[in-house]
Design a protein around this ligand. Sequence first.
Ligand code: IFM
Length: 428
Amino acid sequence: MGEPFLFGVATSAYQIEGSTHVDGRGPSIWDVFTARPGAIADGATGELACDHYRRYREDVALMRWLGVRAYRFSVAWPRVLPEGRGRVNPKSLAFYERLVDALLEAGIAPFLTLYHWDLPWALEVQGGWRSRETAYAFAEYARVVARALADRVPFFATLNEPWCSAFLGHLTGEHAPGLRSLEAALKAAHHLLLGHGLAVEALRAEGVKRVGIVLNFTPVEGVEEARERADRYHNCFFLDPILGLGYPESPFRSALTPPIRPGDLDLIARPLDFLGVNYYTVARVAPGEGVYPVRYLPPEGEATALGWAVRPDGLYGLLKRLGALVPWPLYVTENGAAYEDRWAGEGAVEDPLRVAYLEAHLEAAFRARAEGVDLRGYFVWSLLDNFEWAHGYRPRFGLFYVDYPTQRRIPKRSALWYRDLLSAKGSN
Ligand code: IFM
């Protein structure tokens, strides 16, 4: 262990930046998906979001005030390469350089994610992640970003939650690009992983210090067969190939398989420097019907505004499981809770449920760490209320409340709590 535990906050480009038509940014699959009638609650889009592209200095000041040591953010691929590959847009790279420099000046380590779901539309029309070519385009993009930032950014994660990109984007249709096809989902899953492997090589060639990936995990409870199937779907599908174990037995009742070519699995299993772990809740399942014969049962006990059970023991169990399996240090790269917070127009926003959620989950994470799990950091999702994908702006995950009409940021009680905690731990 040795290095100080990294306390941070996390965000992603499309969820906060806004300025979607500025400085030569190309369209992404989310710009197109949000325009589809009925796809997003309240017809919301990321066009303005938290206006972070223009207000990033103010947001870095909020982080400094909190006393965090690290900031996990993502770079928007369609800003850097508006056509997905080929022509680089220097104006956008300059934005991320300014952001990184502001963070470093504030003593905050940049923790960069290359892909948090905003595929350039120009690549989608050529087949998106269903096409093997997109994996090569991703490695090209990784190289461009690393060339500009590797000297200042100590952590690079390739993908955020490829499970969501593949399955929510191509199987259930809840996320962009909104397809409903198992064949498409399996192709996307494999090409995302291939892109990850190729990007790892590109990042290393450009001298990036620490390279990893961020996966989302949902521990599963329920009767044997459904539980094991759902565990393969939620927790093993991406982790196993990365660990060199190949894909798990298919969670689907189908003869379809990922389109693996010779050498792919070796590329996907390149050694990493860390695994990012996103954890929010557990799932309760029972046998179901169809190609994925699992039913999800309503949560028992306390749940957040998204109906996700509050289960800090799930994080403890997950970290113990991963600690025994994964040969690299772990970071909790996202953890947090959505509530429909209200601001009275003055003072802090009172969010006692979020404070209790974060306190209990941090305690669980530190218990696992005290028992030997090599956990190096913890990032609250999120710094700010933001665009919560298909749910629009109603669920609020932020430590800071965003009053969208004025773009004012108002600290919630949880921000004050995190700040006190970090100052007591000597982080600020
Ligand atoms: O907002 C998302 C984030 O983009 C990815 N992980 C889960 C968060 C909450 O749903």
